[in-house]
Design a protein around this ligand. Structure first.
Ligand code: SAM
Length: 308
């Protein structure tokens, strides 16, 4: 079985924030659209219980995020517990602690890594993230050494847009795919957003010229460019993108167990945290069903405006 929402979109993916805590301070961070204090974090066993129910409802793909998921000392247990009930579990991390955890995560059943890399210049990296580039590069190496697929996430801003060729070359040198992400104005004052934001036009132009193949990824309808080296580069523009919304197959969960229908929405949070802690299967299931009914594309075009 798979839950289908009013717009005909199946629910197959969960993006779970396991903590709001982070050891970096990215100047642009949208915090996954979670702006309430959500400090009562679910335990590793709680996440396993939730995954068990979600599996029954047809959810197969997990993305673990934060905050920084690796600041949770039980992150390996979280991955192990979820992976029992998933076809794929990936983690989005700033990479700074991967040196320590990459192999353990792989052994626990992780399917692949997404690692943020917004600059290869130590000073620019520090300015953007407040973190140490060297530690992140060590973390990326540890992830590559596990043999699991690695994808880099590069959020493009005025301060780092000139680095795109270097970042592409770096990805090629380690055999990693790359997400090139347009900044979205979430969690940012509009003035700050305007100071940081730039379009992906130059990069798109470059990729159109050099890619040997272009296709559209089914998940959220994203364009993917295959370079002669064989790596895949995905362009992610998530703001004002009705097509991406129409192809969205996911629900989000906050660290304390609130179901969130969209990164941009906080009006329909459904709290199943207590039901999870009390191991109340029926109540958690009902929460998922309710959240699924409330899912709707945030950006709408004429063709997707009507739900059933
Ligand atoms: N701490 C982890 C990290 O840095 O990757 C995971 C959390 S972070 C919020 C998840 C992803 O969202 C990262 O790829 C990050 O670069 C991206 N992100 C954060 N703020 C963004 C924004 N305003 N626009 C676009 N992407 C953003």
């Amino acid at each position: 079985m798979v839950l289908i929402d009013r717009f005909g979109r199946p629910l197959t993916h969960l993006r779970i924030s396991v903590t709001q805590k982070c050891n970096h301070k990215c100047i642009f961070c949208h915090m996954e659209g979670i702006y309430c204090d959500d400090l009562n974090e679910l335990s590793a066993d709680d996440w396993g219980f939730l995954a068990n129910i979600a599996y029954e409802l047809g959810i197969r793909y997990y993305k673990i995020t934060g905050g920084e998921p690796l600041v949770r000392q039980d992150i390996v247990d979280i991955v192990r517990n979820i992976s029992q009930y998933a076809d794929e579990v990936s983690i989005t991390t700033n990479g700074s602690l991967l040196d320590k955890y990459a192999q353990e995560l792989a052994d626990a059943g992780l399917s692949r890594f997404n690692i943020s890399l917004h600059s290869l210049n130590r000073d620019v990296f520090m300015e953007i993230t407040g973190g140490d580039l060297r530690r992140v590069l060590n973390g990326i190496k540890a992830a590559v050494d596990t043999g699991l697929p690695v994808k880099l996430d590069y959020v493009v801003m005025r301060i780092n847009v000139n680095e795109y060729r270097e970042i592409i070359s770096f990805a090629e040198s380690i055999g990693a795919d790359l997400n090139i992400i347009e900044l979205i104005p979430l969690g940012l004052a509009i003035n700050d957003f305007n100071k940081l934001h730039t379009t992906l036009d130059t990069i798109k132009h470059y990729l159109e010229k050099y890619a040997v193949k272009k296709y559209t990824r089914r998940f959220q309808s994203r364009p993917v460019y295959v370079l002669p080296s064989g790596i895949n580069i995905t362009l992610v523009s998530g703001f004002c993108n009705p097509e991406l919304c129409m192809n969205c197959t996911r629900l989000r969960v906050t660290p304390s167990g609130k179901l969130k229908t969209c990164i941009y929405r906080n009006d329909y949070l459904i709290d199943v945290g207590n039901a999870i802690r009390n191991r109340n299967r029926e109540s958690v299931k009902r929460g998922f069903e309710k959240a699924n009914i409330m899912r709707e594309p945030f950006f709408k075009s004429e063709s997707n405006v009507k739900g059933k």
